[in-house]
Write a protein that binds this ligand. Structure first.
Ligand SMILES: *[C@@H]1O[C@H](CO)[C@@H](O)[C@H](O)[C@H]1NC(C)=O
Length: 190
């Protein structure tokens, strides 16, 4: 009873903080990119679509990956907030199990639990599809990001990536587009 109350309260506060995609049951376990090669993945990516999260509120979002040390990828996420300020957050990612290199875990703050970052599909030079999921008792929170090397993405690629998510049972109807309009995002170019 008490545990259920705690879970409900946690859920309510997450929901109140808005727009996390919560779904009943266990996390989907989609197939990931085979032989994922982090070295080809480094550099800058533009966010095209994502499932809403409580920790990303801006537009023009980019992710820049660098090699921090062998097996550890540095993460720099930037976004333009509604009030015109740029929000930047740094973290690091590594594969929990080296035999599953596409299943990364990202942490942004010391002592905070790392979040799953699974690369489902990437060609390294055009697109990447990232999925994450965390279970909270009877429900799970789904995360997904569709990223591009350019501020735009061919419609055909976008549809293919949405299809991969949909086949895994991810709530693709909740995906939201990120504004990457060059003029709107010009403040990011520094
Ligand atoms: C802009 O909004 C962010 C987040 O709400 C806040 O932390 C920051 O102080 C604001 N900056 C300005 C200049 O208003």
């Amino acid at each position: 009873m008490q545990a259920i109350q705690v879970i409900s309260l946690t859920l309510l506060s997450v929901l109140a903080a808005n727009a996390q995609v919560l779904v009943a049951g266990k996390c989907p376990k989609p197939a990931v990119k085979e032989n994922f090669d982090a070295s080809q993945y480094l550099g800058k990516w533009y966010e095209i679509e994502k499932l809403p999260t409580v920790f990303q509120k801006g537009q023009c979002s980019t992710a820049t990956y660098s090699l921090k040390s062998p097996g550890v990828v540095g993460v720099l996420n930037r976004e333009l907030l509604a009030n015109g300020t740029i929000n930047a957050i740094v973290g690091s990612a590594k594969a929990k199990d080296p035999s599953e290199p596409a299943k990364l875990e990202v942490s942004f703050f010391e002592n905070s639990p790392p979040g799953p970052y699974w690369v489902l599909s990437t060609d390294y030079t055009g697109h990447t599809l990232v999925f994450g999921c965390s279970e909270y008792g009877p429900v799970h929170a789904e995360f997904a990001w569709i990223l591009s090397r350019e501020p735009t993405m061919p419609g055909e690629t976008l549809f293919e990536l949405r299809d991969i998510l949909a086949s895994a049972g991810v709530k693709v109807n909740k995906l939201t587009a990120t504004n990457q309009d060059l003029a709107f995002c010009s403040a990011m170019e520094q």
